[in-house]
Design a protein around this ligand. Structure first.
Ligand SMILES: C[S@@+](CC[C@H](N)C(=O)[O-])C[C@H]1O[C@@H](n2cnc3c(N)ncnc32)[C@H](O)[C@@H]1O
Length: 342
């Protein structure tokens, strides 16, 4: 648009009462032309303020799109590797150099790794016993925190570890199984927000890689605490299939009743602030609706029902866990079901 009509339009719309003063006006026109160029002001019906607003909106919108794209990138990166530390950092444990990023994905860093491993092995020996010739199955073996010490115990036996984190299973295979041919590790690409975001199958599809009635001991530390009833029942049915008649299962879990919840909320002993305020089905509560499988708890009634319907039985009374601060006789951090087949 030619300069003078533009000036008239500006005056009539933006500053109708303005007394024209040519020389400041010339400067203002030059400014406006510049702004107009910058603003690409082509809509004749817009006031100057509207045009500026429109420009601001466009800029904000572009900024928002750029931020959204960046956020999506970050979320994708986070899903692939949520740990942003040094991916080559390792922790020495019983002659193995364990990748710290994988260690952290299974719930504990180098500071507690060795002590937790010692505690797990002592606990298994105490409650279900371990013999050199046992066939042992571990569900949720992670980065081999318990498989590694078991290489010194199961000298004539066999160990099978399964997990849904592929890099951990690849590491265990390349390092632990490579030195111990009686140890094997299996990956299942189960979708799980916490441990395997891009997974393509479900726990319900898992057929354990073991023959019927071939296993002496099965253990799961902090795995049923991340599963719902159908998945736990699926595993219990598979345990019933693969366990020997005198075989035993050691499975940690969270068990609640009103008094336990009251205590847990009052003391908050864990770093996860376990309050279990959200009942998602009768007798099943989750801790955080944003991450439903972050921590799952059941009543004893639900546990009794699962054990019964899956053809299992309690081989020993339930062990109480210390997580809630309610039990003075805690045997483990979590509650424990010790099971056998019926
Ligand atoms: C809290 S970590 C405990 C790891 C290991 N038991 C330990 O104590 O070092 C839970 C583990 O269970 C695995 N996991 C989660 N859901 C699973 C499923 N449906 N089947 C098998 N493993 C699973 C996770 O990938 C993770 O390694």
């Amino acid at each position: 648009m030619p300069l003078v009509p533009l000036l008239r339009r500006f005056k009539s719309k933006v500053a109708p009462n303005l007394t024209l003063n040519r020389s400041p006006l010339d400067r203002r026109i030059a400014d406006l032309i510049e702004e107009n160029r910058a603003l690409r002001l082509t809509d004749d019906h817009l006031t100057a303020e509207q045009a500026v607003l429109k420009q601001n909106i466009e800029e904000l919108s572009a900024e928002k799109n750029a931020l959204t794209a960046r956020l999506e990138d970050l979320l994708r990166e986070k899903k692939e590797s949520w740990w942003d530390g040094d991916p080559t950092e390792t922790h020495s444990f019983m002659g193995y150099k364990i990748p710290v990023d994988l260690m952290l994905m299974t719930g504990g860093g180098p500071a507690s790794f060795d002590a937790v491993s010692d505690f797990h092995i002592a606990t298994l020996k105490k409650w279900i016993g371990l013999e050199a010739n046992h066939t042992v199955l571990e569900i949720g073996c992670g980065i081999g925190r318990d498989a590694i010490p078991l290489t010194h115990i199961l000298t004539n036996g066999r160990y099978v570890g399964i997990d849904i984190i592929k890099r951990s299973i690849d590491w265990c295979t390349g390092n632990i199984a490579a030195k111990n041919p009686n140890f094997s590790f299996y990956h299942y690409d189960v979708a799980d927000e916490l441990h395997n975001g891009g997974g393509t199958t479900s726990t319900l599809d898992i057929v354990l890689p073991l023959a019927d009635a071939s296993v002496d001991r099965i253990f799961l530390f902090s795995v049923f605490t991340h599963l719902l009833q159908p998945e736990i029942e699926h595993y219990l049915r598979e345990f019933r299939r693969v366990l020997k008649r005198d075989g035993l299962v050691y499975a940690t879990t969270f068990v609640y009743n009103d008094d336990i919840l009251k205590s847990a909320r009052a003391v908050s002993l864990t770093p996860f602030d376990l309050r279990f305020e959200h009942e998602i089905s009768p007798g099943c509560r989750i801790n955080d609706p944003a991450h439903p499988l972050g921590a799952v708890a059941f009543t004893r009634d639900v546990w009794d029902e699962m054990v019964e319907t899956c053809g299992m039985r309690y081989a020993k009374p339930f062990l109480n866990g210390g997580w809630s601060g309610f039990h003075s006789d805690a045997a483990d951090g979590q509650d424990v079901a010790i099971l056998a087949t019926r």
